[in-house]
Write a protein that binds this ligand. Structure first.
Ligand code: CP
Length: 334
């Protein structure tokens, strides 16, 4: 494996192999597997889990890591091609990224969507331009439309909990004060489809996921024996559900228009996960969320603190899942 950018790049069996390695590394640590190896990470956006679990995972495998957050103790990086750099950005990614890659054995980049032009974000224009500058093993730490590390950890979480691979998985839009990117919903949807699940996207009018994202998930479902559909009918969606994956995202009808998005979400006050949602769901239906989560906005306290919530297990699983990725990228090339 040379790059970990999108679970869709991998056959289902290859993902299962990675998950088996993650489970093995959890019970049988390999503290010297990556001795002498260095992981570099560039975070254009904030992180709690991705940054710390990558550093911890690398250390647990015997390797080292460094983190650069452009503009915070380092030069601000320009990414626009052809930019006249007479402003506050002192260095272009065309130099900065290859320089950083030259110091390490693998590089990861986090760069969220611009959130202005849906077509450009769907095409991963900015992220792919930076990824193309890296001639080393490369990891997507969350791009405009993808978060494969989160998706792998979430798949592992469902395996740990013995959620059937054919189980019903509801990806539900939930409230947030502002529009958030499509990376996690897109990655989560694809992961559940690739796992072979009956996937329902539950979202209010105006928040349908783009056709490109739905079609990609449907192709994964067709290959794995799962299914993908969408609805705005909560009771019908949650009937028999084994997992509700709560996630916030921006209006796709008003992509890049913060005022119109805010107006649309004003009337969506009941899109916060509460226990009353689960009347028709499976008795042990789990609630997942990638974190960070806004309590009593996206998910009520009593759900997050109750037995359905597996958010802490998901967050923990970021580490073994990414250790498996690092092991495949770096240990096998020795
Ligand atoms: N879920 C996730 O990626 O968390 P961070 O943004 O804290 O890394």
């Amino acid at each position: 494996m040379k790059r970990f950018v999108d679970l869709a790049d991998m056959e289902r069996d290859a993902v299962l192999d990675l998950l088996a390695l993650a489970a093995r590394l959890e019970t049988h640590p390999e503290p010297h597997a990556l001795a002498g190896k260095i992981l570099g990470m560039v975070f254009f956006n904030p992180s709690l889990r991705t940054l710390s679990s990558m550093q911890a995972g690398m250390a647990r495998l015997g390797g080292n890591s460094f983190v650069v957050t452009p503009g915070q103790g380092t030069w601000q990086l320009e990414h626009r091609l052809g930019a006249v750099m007479d402003g506050d950005r002192a260095e272009h990614v065309r130099e900065g990224i290859p320089v950083l890659a030259s110091y390490c054995d693998a590089l990861g980049i986090r760069a969220f969507a611009d959130g202005k032009d849906l077509a450009a974000d769907l095409a991963e224009t900015q992220f792919n331009a930076m990824a193309s500058l890296v001639d080393k093993p490369f990891i997507n730490l969350e791009s405009a439309i993808n978060h494969p590390c989160q998706a792998l950890a979430d798949w592992k979480t469902m395996n740990d909990l013995a959620v059937p691979t054919s189980g019903k998985f509801v990806l539900s839009w939930v409230k947030h004060p502002r529009a958030l990117p499509l990376a996690v919903p897109a990655a989560t949807l694809h992961m559940a489809a690739q796992r072979g699940m009956e996937v329902v996207v539950l979202r209010p009018d105006g928040f349908a996921l783009p056709d490109a994202i739905m079609d990609k998930a449907r192709r994964a479902a067709a290959a794995s024996g799962g299914s993908v559909r969408e609805t705005d009918n909560r009771a019908e969606a949650l009937q028999g559900a084994q997992v509700v994956y709560a996630k916030e995202w921006g209006s796709t009808r008003h992509y890049g228009d913060a005022a119109a998005d805010a107006q649309l979400r004003q009337g969506l006050g009941d899109w916060m996960v509460e226990e009353s949602w689960f009347g028709g769901a499976a008795a042990d239906c789990k609630v997942m969320h990638c974190l960070p989560v806004r309590r009593n906005v996206a998910i009520a306290d009593h759900v997050l603190d109750g037995p359905r919530s597996v958010v802490l297990r998901e967050a923990h699983n970021r580490m073994p899942a990414q250790m498996a990725v690092l092991h495949r990228l770096l240990a096998t090339s020795r």
